[in-house]
Design a protein around this ligand. Sequence first.
Ligand code: NAP
Length: 245
Amino acid sequence: MTREVAIVTGASRGIGRKIAEKLAKEGMDLAICGTREETITAAAEAIAAECGVMVHGQAVDVADHAQIQQFVRDVAKQFSRVDVLVNNAGITRDGLAMRMKPEEWQQVLNTNLNSVFFASQAVLRPMMKAKYGRIINISSVVAAMGNPGQANYCASKGGIDALTRSMAREVASRNITVNAVAPGFIRTDMTDQLDDKGRAAIHDQIPAGRMGTPEEVASAVAFLASSEAAYITGQVLHVNGGLYC
Ligand code: NAP
């Protein structure tokens, strides 16, 4: 039997990289993407060498619906199956709503939300045919809480949660689950942009008293990607140290 195949978007670094590593350690072959050829190829080579699975790395702009759909279709053809899709790629373009430029709104919605729909749409054909699939979308705690200065980002993540529930209902009868994982504050390049004062203010809000790690998010994703999670669908699993309950 061939190994399971997972696609992880935004896997050159941060949370996506740890998700890819975790799924590879569980024995899945991978197709991963990021924006830069050099870094995504290096990530693919490193994961393949460490885990002994096949890893295809490719530069893909997920914000471009034609590119992300072609990537998914090519992977399905090349690997002859896609069992898991993790829609992880995401960006922030923060600013107060009053001053937000149309391109800052559009860029975030295209990258964080539209990509999730178009990648999922493309993966449904092979998953429907196989009568098996796991789609996991990376949302955020701020979809539920809101966050000043992040109207675009919060709207994109709130859209992911609603899309997750809707698609889950459409495909449940085909043994395909669709869930979201909503991280709180996690130590990555995204949160490293904060200064010490900003970081201290965040720590004060988190009952666990610390930021989460990308590995802690990856564990939640790996569980939802497993066959043990067959009866869980349409859910948003929060991984946030108690920040939002
Ligand atoms: P990160 O460290 O900034 O990494 C982002 C990843 O997404 C990189 O691999 C990047 O590729 C890729 N990416 C960005 N735009 C892309 C595009 N247009 N096409 C393809 N790939 C693209 O971010 P992170 O903190 O790991 O966040 C990962 C996910 O978790 C995001 O959806 C984020 O919203 C969510 N999240 C993060 C936190 C947190 O505290 N960190 C909290 C809640 C939710 P390049 O390396 O090529 O740029």
